[in-house]
Write a protein that binds this ligand. Structure first.
Ligand SMILES: [Zn+2]
Ligand SMILES: [Zn+2]
Length: 342
């Protein structure tokens, strides 16, 4: 089969002819019908993250059709349409049993530690394959598996309740899903904070109140719009020091600030003013969980979550085109979401 692979850090991905993977008794062989190109793939190509093997097939946002079923598997059949949870965990340790599979010591990620979906076929444990409803295009199934899933996990960590107010800092793919999921959870008002007008416009189409942080102080504006109280939940989706501090500053008494964007830089917190005095919480949200994905797919199926505007271009399994896209992502020149259709 053909696979587009990382062979050396900092070099363009290459197309290679490799054998169709063998599967174990609890695995599936899936014929890939869509694989999303994610910003993290640009980081992997550049060598900013250690990979589980080299060469490796990239691609962790994958949907496809079951081609072969392992001997012990009765949950899936040949021909089933599925989308794939990208974290492969053991299923048996204390974390996996409690549903916190992101902390499994054996966790390996598709397209990062093991071969991913920039290929004609992929092998995965059957428990990682979530049924994809007939009416949902493959491309949407694939892209749900990353940003939208991470947004759902962040909202679950925030414990948002009906009637509460939410502020989303950064309304790219992650934030746009978070706005819709917050509304679906019954949030009374959702504020979208960004500096890009086109994103703020789309955010307001999804029912958010836009706050243009290039023109005003986001925290002051949130206070003004909440009669001085602040929001019950603030979600930080960017990973910038400034927006992390703003998210913490914007919460009300008993508010929860959830950190989702990645940043290694420390921030300063005034414990009394920002946390203790308000009984506020700063919550970390890391990735997402296997058991959250069927719920997410169902929310998409019921149109609670609209991701139809997320995928805007498809390309074939072509190394040059994929490298070009990764170059664009390195330069942050494009918000277009691209999906490989082999
Ligand atoms: Zn991704
Ligand atoms: Zn485990």
């Amino acid at each position: 089969m053909r696979a587009v692979r990382l062979t050396e850090f900092g070099k363009p991905l290459e197309v290679q002819e490799i054998p169709i993977p063998d599967i174990g008794e609890k695995d599936l062989l899936v014929r890939v019908c869509a694989a999303g190109i994610c910003h993290s793939d640009a980081h992997y190509r550049a060598g900013r993250s250690a990979m589980g093997r080299m060469p490796i097939t990239l691609g962790h946002e994958v949907a496809g059709v079951v081609e072969k079923v392992g001997a012990q598997i009765s949950s899936h059949n040949v021909g089933d349409r599925v989308c794939l949870h990208y974290n492969i965990s053991c299923g048996e340790c204390e974390y996996c049993k409690a549903g916190n599979d992101q902390f499994c010591a054996a966790v390996r990620m598709l397209g990062h530690h093991v071969d991913g979906g920039y290929a004609e076929y992929i092998a995965v444990p059957a428990r990682n394959a979530i049924p994809l409803p007939e009416e949902m295009p493959c491309q949407e199934g694939a892209t749900l598996m990353c940003a939208s899933a991470t947004a759902l996990h962040a909202l679950s960590k925030s414990r948002v309740k009906e009637g509460e107010t939410v502020a989303v800092f950064g309304v790219g793919g992650l934030g746009m899903s978070a706005i819709q999921l917050a509304k679906a959870a019954g949030a009374d008002k959702v504020f979208a904070v960004d500096i890009q007008l086109d994103k703020l416009e789309l955010a307001s189409e999804y029912g958010a109140t836009p706050i243009d942080a290039s023109r005003m102080d986001a925290v002051e504006e949130i206070r003004k719009l909440t009669k001085g109280k602040g929001v019950d939940v603030a979600l930080e989706m960017i990973g910038l020091r400034k927006t992390m501090e703003q998210a913490i500053d914007s919460v009300a008494y008993l508010g929860r600030a959830v950190m989702v964007g990645l940043n290694q830089q420390p921030i300063e917190i005034n414990t009394y003013m920002q946390v203790l005095g308000k009984e506020a919480e700063i919550i970390g949200s890391n990735d997402h969980l296997l058991h959250e994905l069927p719920l997410l797919v169902d929310m998409r199926r019921r149109n609670i979550l609209d991701t139809s505007r997320v995928v805007s271009q498809t390309i074939p399994l072509d190394a040059d085109k994929i490298n070009q896209r990764l170059d664009d992502l390195e330069k942050y020149t494009s918000d277009v979401r691209m999906v490989i259709v082999p």
